[in-house]
Design a protein around this ligand. Structure first.
Ligand code: PEP
Length: 246
């Protein structure tokens, strides 16, 4: 499978930040892994133009419906129209800030799939869940509830992002990451069959160039979803290089 280095710019980036994507495209004219940046929606069209063909772009969210009276939302069709190929759904910040349930996340992922976008479905436990020994149950329930029935290796990516590791500088041990990724893989294969062996499983949560090598060596880690360290081409480039070498 082709591994995936995905960047989530969150609510960061103005037009002058497009130089970062130009620099990234110049540094990686033909990477041996897939590279994705998900900028804020305001930049998606311009970034898609600037990224060229070697780097994909995507949105950080989409509405489940195609169009209508949903002020402030964007549809999967709009993401595609702006040049995006992927959409992140169910990021923990959306689950928390916008009360997104697994059913909502699943509906958004279904909208993505029916629009020929690749859905990056995010799951992850809170620190309370982990300390209560509930990690595999919580993540397993999220995977079951958020990943749509039409998921395939071609149209779906699952990102395991422990909530307590996002933007905190804290990272689970490699054993903890491997335990969750192995469990997600087993659940997906049990539900979807052999094709799910190739659904890409990303780790996300304080990934940096300095810890990427060891994380990418963990079983069933097929790439990363990166927040803070995706904003600068030089930082994200180090992660891409580590993924290419893994
Ligand atoms: C994220 O935004 O999905 C993320 C993992 O953020 P960070 O890399 O900054 O922890």
């Amino acid at each position: 499978m082709r591994k995936l280095a995905a960047g989530n710019w969150k609510m960061n980036g103005l037009g002058d930040g497009l130089g970062e994507i130009t620099a990234l495209a110049a540094a990686f004219p033909s990477p041996n892994c897939d590279v994705l940046i998900c900028p804020p929606a305001t930049l998606l069209s311009r970034m898609s133009d600037a990224a060229g063909s070697a780097i994909a772009t995507g949105a950080q969210d989409c509405h489940a419906k195609t169009s209508g009276a949903h002020t402030g939302d964007i549809s999967a069709q709009m993401v595609r129209d702006a040049g995006g190929a992927y959409v992140i759904v169910g990021h923990s910040e959306r689950r928390t800030d916008h009360d997104e349930t697994d059913a909502i996340v699943r509906a958004k992922a279904e909208a993505a799939l029916s629009t020929d976008l690749i859905a990056v479905v995010c799951v992850g436990e809170t620190l309370t869940d982990r300390e209560a020994g509930q990690t595999l149950d919580v993540v397993g329930t999220q995977v079951a509830g958020s990943v749509p029935d039409g998921a395939t290796a071609a149209n779906t990516v699952v990102a395991y992002e422990p909530v307590w590791a996002i933007g905190t500088g804290k990272v689970p041990t490699l054993e903890e990451i491997g335990e969750v990724h192995d469990d997600i893989r087993a659940r997906l294969v049990a539900r979807f069959g052999d094709d799910a062996k190739n659904i890409r499983l990303l780790y996300g949560g304080s990934v940096k160039a300095s810890n990427a090598n060891e994380i990418f060596a963990v079983s069933n880690v097929d790439g990363a979803l990166v927040g803070g360290a995706s904003l600068k081409a030089s930082d994200f480039g180090g992660i891409i290089t580590a993924l290419e070498a893994s």
